[in-house]
Structures are given as C-alpha cells and as structure tokens.
Design a binder for this molecule. Structure first.
Ligand code: AMP
Length: 395
C-alpha cells in the first residue's frame, strides 16, 4: 500500500485520534456482535505499545436522524473494548467541544477514551469542515482504521485528515492489501461470485470485474433479471424491469465468463415455510412462484467452476439466506470457499450478508480474509478510490 500506516509515524507522547468502525448491533444496551470491536484491537494495542499521551476513539453508530438519541449511544461498547484491551476505557458524552476536549486532557498517561457517536452531529455526513476541525483538536495525529466507512467522505473519515498528519491503522492496511492485490495482481484463475437482491446495485461492479476475472458466477435475486433478459418466465420473482436491457448487454459482454444458475429453488410465498419446489431454469418459473435460492445442480456447477481457482472474491448471498429453507445455496457456497482455501486458494469475502452467512456457518476461520466493510469493498471492486483512503498521507 502506498499510504503511510501507524508503523510509519512516531506516536510516543502524542495524542492519537483514531477513527474506528464500532458500528455494532446493540440490543437492550448490550453489544450483540463484537466482531468490529475485535477487528480494531491489533491497531489499538500497537498504538498503546508506542506509549502515546492519549488515545481518543471516534466512530458512528447506526443512523440517528436529528441529533443525539440514546439508542445510538456508543457507551455500551465501553465494557466490550475494555475487556478486549485489558485496560480501562473512559467515555465522553460528546465527540467534539469542551466535554470531549476536557475528557482527552483528563486522561491518565496512555489512557483510552471512547467519544460519543459522530453522527449525533448533522455535519458529519456532509463532511462539515468546521466539525472536522473540532475533531482535529482532540489529537496530534489521526489514524483511520475504519475501512467500513472509508468509502464515505465524512468529517470523521475525510475532513479531519486535512488538519492532522493522517495515517492508516493495521486493519485498514490489511483490508486494502487483500482487495488491492486481488484486483491488481491476482493469482489466476481468478473467480468472483456475486449475489444479493438487485442487479441495478451491482452493474458497475459486474462491468469492472468482467475486465479482471476469469469467471464471474452470479446467484441471488440479481440472477432473475438476467433470466428475464434471456426470455425465461420468472413468475413472482424479483425482476428489475428497468435493468433488463443492461442485463442483456452484460450477458453479451460477459460471454463464457458469466456463469448463471441452472436450477432454482422456488417458494410460493415469501416466508420460510412456503411450499417449495426445485426446477431447471429452462422450465421457467410458474405463476405464483418465485426464485428464492440456487439449486443443487447450480452448486455443483459452481463447484466445478471454482476447481483450481487461486483467487476468489465473493459478495452477496445466493438467495434469501435469512430464511433457513432458502439458505442452502449460500451455505453451500460458503463451504466451497472454505474447501478451496484448504487447497491453497486466497478467498476474500466482501463483508455484509456474505460475511454474516460465513460466520453463521461457522466457517469464518477457514476463509483467507473476511472484510469488515461491505459497501467499501464493493466500491473497491468497482475500481473506485475511497475518500477516507485518498485523504491519508502517501508513503
Ligand atoms: P444485497 O444487499 O443486494 O447484497 O442483497 C441482500 C439481500 O438479498 C438479502 O436480504 C437476501 O434475502 C436478498 N435476496 C437474495 N436472493 C434473493 C432472491 N432470489 N429473491 C429475493 N431476495 C433475495
């Protein structure tokens, strides 16, 4: 990576301001999944080992609408982080202004402070530079370890980097290294797997990937629009009428590289205990039924296509994986990736739902890299530069 990291800068005696991604699920005041907090720990431990004066952490949480809302407070993260760091973690009820500044000043030598949700300020998402300047007062050095927010130009991810020496954390570095290496210099064969609800969200990704991969496997609801473009009946399946022409163009551009499902698991209602049948795609989806998962012959076809692959990137579930009866295709693909990782392939999961599916299947430790940023990794796959990364100091 051509950006400076925490290892390239002197942190001793400095007040370090770190943007982390602690956008974690919270229920009844407790964190229900601490994956993102754990992901920041190596960077925080590294910083603490350098004997800084203080470490102030900022993050967003959820989507508060109009200012502070207790249910979006970051306070529940404090005990989780303290446990993981084995150190006291202090909390400030504001992310800028006198309360935050005083809290930083009051920290014991090397103390850690978690600041309140940056999105309690409306300016955050508008990249308000006055807000960014206020944030910059809390540190001598800025470290961005929030890969999951790096595709957004916000005050805490981009603006603040204009006012302090800005470097990446170790998680950010790792995320960029895996994705950039896969995209710029992949070991071949390089196979991408895309799924999820809509093709319209992923047209730019498909176009960009077709220029790089050896095969592109398509599953999930987005396959429907391709099938519509091929003239198959799709019953009640989610089809995007506006995207049919684009799908047709992608089919032409992709040729043999694009691999679509050959069979489908259908439901007659959008619920787990719907009636179910499996059909060959050429049969077409009957009226009253919808395509909710890829079928076993498709899993077999994907397994054949993945055989011998050296780099695999996966983003998006193969079906309505939240419903166990339509999660089999997604779980099978998770297993295929775990298997080929065992045979030496580099496997990368682009965050979001596919990461959740791999975690649920208990296969997370059998995958080379699971990204903490769904949106950010999709934008990298599209070939876009991430504003939170561009803002960091070049090496
Ligand atoms: P995305 O956010 O685009 O990655 O889409 C993820 C969502 O797509 C999940 O909530 C899935 O339930 C949904 N999804 C995947 N396949 C289908 C399908 N065949 N029909 C309807 N929804 C689907």
């Amino acid at each position: 990576m051509n950006k400076m990291t925490v290892r390239d800068i002197d942190l001793k005696g400095k007040r370090v301001l770190v943007r982390v991604d602690f956008n974690v699920p919270i229920e009844n005041g407790s964190v229900t999944d601490d994956t993102r907090v754990r992901a920041a720990v190596p960077t925080l431990k590294y910083i603490l080992d350098q004997k800084p004066r203080s470490v102030a952490l900022m993050s967003h949480l959820g989507r508060p609408k109009a200012g502070p809302e207790p249910k979006f407070s970051l306070r529940p993260v404090v005990p989780v982080l303290a446990g993981l760091l084995g150190a006291d973690v202090f909390f400030a009820e504001d992310c800028v202004g006198p309360v935050a500044e005083q809290a930083v000043a009051n920290l014991p030598e090397g103390g850690v402070l978690l600041l309140e949700n940056t999105r309690f300020y409306k300016g955050e998402e508008k990249n308000d530079l006055e807000l960014a300047q206020q944030m910059a007062k809390l540190g001598d050095v800025y470290v961005n370890d929030a890969f999951g927010s790096a595709h957004r130009a916000h005050s805490s991810t981009e603006g603040v980097a204009r006012y302090l020496p800005a470097v990446s954390g170790l998680l950010m570095e790792k995320e960029l290294d895996y994705l950039a290496t896969a995209l710029e210099n992949p070991q071949r064969p390089f196979v991408a797997i895309l799924g999820g609800a809509k093709v319209s969200d992923k047209i730019a990704v498909i176009e960009a990937l077709l220029g790089k991969v050896d095969k592109l496997l398509i599953g999930g609801g987005m396959a429907n629009t391709f099938f519509k473009a091929k003239g198959y009946a799709m019953g009640n399946s989610l089809v995007e009428a506006d995207a049919v022409e684009t799908a047709l163009n992608l089919l032409k551009a992709g040729g043999d590289k694009l691999v679509l499902p050959v069979d489908a698991v259908l439901g007659d209602e959008f619920k787990n205990d719907a009636n179910i049948q499996t059909i060959a795609i050429e049969q077409g989806v009957p009226d009253g039924w919808a395509f909710y998962d890829i079928g076993p012959r498709t899993v077999e076809l994907f397994a054949q296509t993945l055989k011998g692959a050296k780099t695999v990137v996966w983003n998006g579930p193969m079906g309505v994986f939240e419903m166990p009866n339509f999660a089999k295709g997604t779980n099978a693909v998770a297993q295929l990736l775990a298997d080929i990782t065992g045979s030496g392939a580099v496997t990368i999961i682009g965050g979001g739902d596919s990461a959740a599916a791999v975690e649920q299947s208990g296969l997370a430790d059998k995958i080379t890299h699971i990204s903490t940023g769904g949106g950010a990794s999709l934008e990298m796959l599209e070939g876009k530069a991430l504003p939170g990364v561009v803002a960091l100091k070049d090496k």
